[in-house]
Design a protein around this ligand. Structure first.
Ligand SMILES: C[S@@+](CC[C@H](N)C(=O)[O-])C[C@H]1O[C@@H](n2cnc3c(N)ncnc32)[C@H](O)[C@@H]1O
Length: 245
């Protein structure tokens, strides 16, 4: 007896073959509707339609940890989240950029090797959607730990299920997708494992909608809030450097 997945796949394949390789809207009793296509609705994460769906998870995570965004804060590329979530507790905001092409950049450095940044500089590092663009992620995590002050935290998000970011791929490279397990192991190479907290967000609906580039404004957040540990659209980690602030 073939598995249900096998039977659905066979029915799908039959439908595809009958159409000379083109998927058809209804196969195996599943109506694929507007998503029966081989190109995404948007190939720029839905930016041309509204807010990318992954930002719902990323910004929710930062909002829940906003009290950690204080003192001397580092963000990558721009200071959008420092300003939105940090408020009056931010004493100084720095922006790191790899090449310096951002007008907000105060530090030009490679996160995998940043000798220009002194040990123990930052109380908080906001590292959204950046780590997977470094091939040597373990080196980057070691640098994050080094440049944090004792008691300081990095708030990091990485994609679990995502299209390639062509913009980033063509500039510095889009190397990795992570899981909660690989993220926990990665941060455990430099941080005290008891001070590393990893969360995941997403479900199959969120994953499909995000891969197709539907916008946040086009879906129900109640559907995005459903958590399925096997469909990790975003992996978020809060890692704190041991010691007192
Ligand atoms: C998509 S942006 C992420 C930051 C942005 N604030 C956000 O939330 O989307 C990707 C950033 O990764 C940076 N980047 C890529 N490789 C890097 C590296 N080795 N060191 C430091 N930054 C790097 C790029 O310069 C770019 O600013």
């Amino acid at each position: 007896m073939p598995s249900i997945a096998r039977r659905v796949f066979t029915a799908f394949q039959r439908g595809v073959n009958a159409l000379g390789g083109r998927p058809r809207p209804s196969v195996g009793g599943v109506d694929l509707g507007d998503l029966a296509r081989t190109t995404p609705v948007s190939d720029v994460f839905g930016l041309d339609r509204g807010t990318p769906i992954d930002r719902y998870y990323i910004e929710g995570f930062l909002g829940r940890h906003a009290t950690l965004i204080r003192g001397r804060v580092l963000e990558i590329g721009d200071r959008t989240y420092t300003e939105r979530f940090g408020g009056g507790d931010v004493e100084r905001s720095d922006v790191l950029h790899l090449t310096g092409e951002s007008p907000d950049a105060t530090i030009i450095a490679d996160l995998t090797h940043a000798p220009e940044i002194a040990d123990g500089t930052f109380d908080c590092i906001i590292l959204t959607q950046t780590l997977h663009f470094t091939y040597a992620m373990e080196d980057a995590v070691a640098e994050l730990h080094r440049i944090l002050r004792p008691g300081g935290s990095v708030l990091c998000t990485v994609p679990g299920i995502s299209q390639i970011s062509r913009y980033d791929m063509d500039r510095w490279g889009d190397f990795w997708r992570l899981t909660d397990l690989s993220t926990r192991s990665l941060f455990g190479t430099a941080f005290d494992a008891t001070l590393v907290e990893v969360e995941t967000y997403g479900n199959v609906f969120a994953a499909v909608a995000f891969l197709h580039g539907l916008a946040l404004e086009e879906v129900s957040t109640a559907d995005l809030d459903v958590h399925d540990r096997d469909y990790q659209v975003i992996v978020a980690v809060r890692a704190t450097k041991a010691g007192r602030a």
